[in-house]
Design a protein around this ligand. Structure first.
Ligand code: NIG
Ligand code: FE
Length: 408
């Protein structure tokens, strides 16, 4: 590691540590859990290459300890809020091509599933991603990541899944590795998602065997991913297929994540809870049984409101999950088909307007709770002494200045 220096940020209009959210394990977050400090200051370490060190001190600017008074500092003059770095815990960032041609069809009423049946959808992106070089994929991903960073995101999960063959899955996962070198200031999380769809050139059973016997062992051996995700849905993987894949992943020390109950209720949210998955994501069609199962578990419920908007379906039953005591996160699902929008703040706008989420719930959803969805909550997600110094400055004085404006 290169040498590190100490820096400070002073006079934040409001500094939200999120300490109380952590104490409540992210459930039922309320305004009093945000650890609000008026005129706040943060002292932190940063490595020479921009990689975050630890938070050394946090409190009101007036109480800044004498030993930090001379460190290099940034004065926000009460014009911006300071919050834990935003965490986008579910994206499909690495892909080539686009699906602009599907947009008119879907606007006119053709469903996502119908388009997929006619050769569009994920398969179209698979073709483009197979054809693209690793260098081209890296160039495209870099541009997307830069944009997300300007929107305040500091931790980003990204899934493979547009290869559906060993070579391309590995190529996409290597892009994530290369991105880590280019963006040392960000924390990138890699998820293997070979079970995103079925390839057209291999039969279903053989492909699942390939995932189990070839893809997963190779991904684990080369340490190309920390997690494994499966798209469990009507027309995609069944719960029993997902169980085999995620059990194998677990043996190889990859934790489980599930695309659950998105297009139809397959009982996959309850399945995610049952196997101790880190997260169950989407949940547009989740049943009451699924809600109870998630609430009683350590599995984080991840809402992807941009996808509901883009697929023109009803939002996930957020209030029901929140009231039942589920730990709830919000993410973009950034991908070329069901949510080509890279803005996490825009997802907060949608969550507030369409799912009735409060400021405290939104805050928890993109900080501590999103860290839980990635298994990072011991080091990341709050601004407390000893935690990693990943933080975001909002455009205006209040946290909500981040998401009351829309579309960027
Ligand atoms: O999360 N649900 C599966 N995968 C993506 C969509 C991928 C695509 O359409 O390219 C999603 O919505
Ligand atoms: Fe997704």
């Amino acid at each position: 590691m290169p040498p590190k220096s100490i820096r400070a940020i002073l006079h934040a209009s409001e500094l939200l540590t999120g300490a109380g959210v952590r104490l409540k394990d992210g459930r039922h977050p309320e305004e009093t859990d945000l650890g609000r400090i008026e005129d706040g200051a943060l002292v932190y370490e940063v490595f020479k290459n921009g990689a975050p060190g630890k938070v050394l001190w946090v409190g009101p600017t007036s109480k800044l300890p004498a030993q930090y008074k001379r460190v290099k500092s940034k004065n926000l003059r009460g014009k911006q809020a300071l919050i834990p770095g935003l965490i986008d815990c579910h994206t499909h960032l690495v892909f080539a091509g686009d699906r602009a041609d599907e947009f008119a069809l879907r606007s006119a009423g053709v469903s996502y599933e119908e388009i997929a049946k006619n050769g569009g959808g994920i398969q179209k992106t698979v073709q483009a991603t197979r054809a693209a070089s690793e260098r081209e994929l890296l160039r495209l991903a870099c541009a997307r990541l830069k944009l997300m960073r300007t929107l305040g995101v500091r931790v980003i999960e990204m899934k493979s899944g547009y290869g559906l063959d060993l070579e391309t899955e590995l190529k996409c996962l290597r892009v994530t590795q290369a991105l880590r070198k280019t963006f040392p200031d960000l924390h990138l999380v890699s998820t293997y998602m070979g079970a995103h769809d079925f390839p057209k050139d291999v039969d279903r059973t053989s492909y699942i065997e390939q995932i189990l016997e070839v893809h997963l062992p190779r991904v684990a051996k080369e340490r190309l991913a920390e997690h494994c995700d499966v798209f469990v849905d009507r027309g995609y993987y069944t719960v029993e297929e997902a169980r085999r894949i995620l059990e194998k992943a677990k043996q190889l020390k990859l934790s489980a994540k599930v695309h659950a109950d998105e297009l139809s209720d397959t009982g996959s949210a309850a399945f995610a809870a049952e196997i101790g998955a880190l997260s169950a994501d989407h949940l547009l069609k989740i049943s009451d049984r699924g809600i109870q199962a998630l609430a009683a578990s350590q599995t984080t419920a991840v809402f992807l409101p941009g996808t509901a908007l883009y697929l023109k379906t009803t939002a996930a039953p957020a209030r029901k999950l929140l009231q039942a005591g589920a730990r709830v996160a919000v993410s973009t699902d950034f991908n070329p088909g069901s949510c080509p929008c890279p803005s996490l703040p825009a997802m907060l706008t949608l969550s507030a307007l369409h799912m009735g989420m409060s400021r405290a719930e939104l805050f928890a959803a993109v900080t501590y709770n999103a860290a839980c969805a990635l298994g990072l909550q011991r080091t990341t997600g709050t601004l407390e002494r000893g935690m990693r110094a990943l933080f975001t400055l909002t455009p205006g004085e209040k946290f909500e200045s981040l998401y009351y404006g829309f579309g960027y």
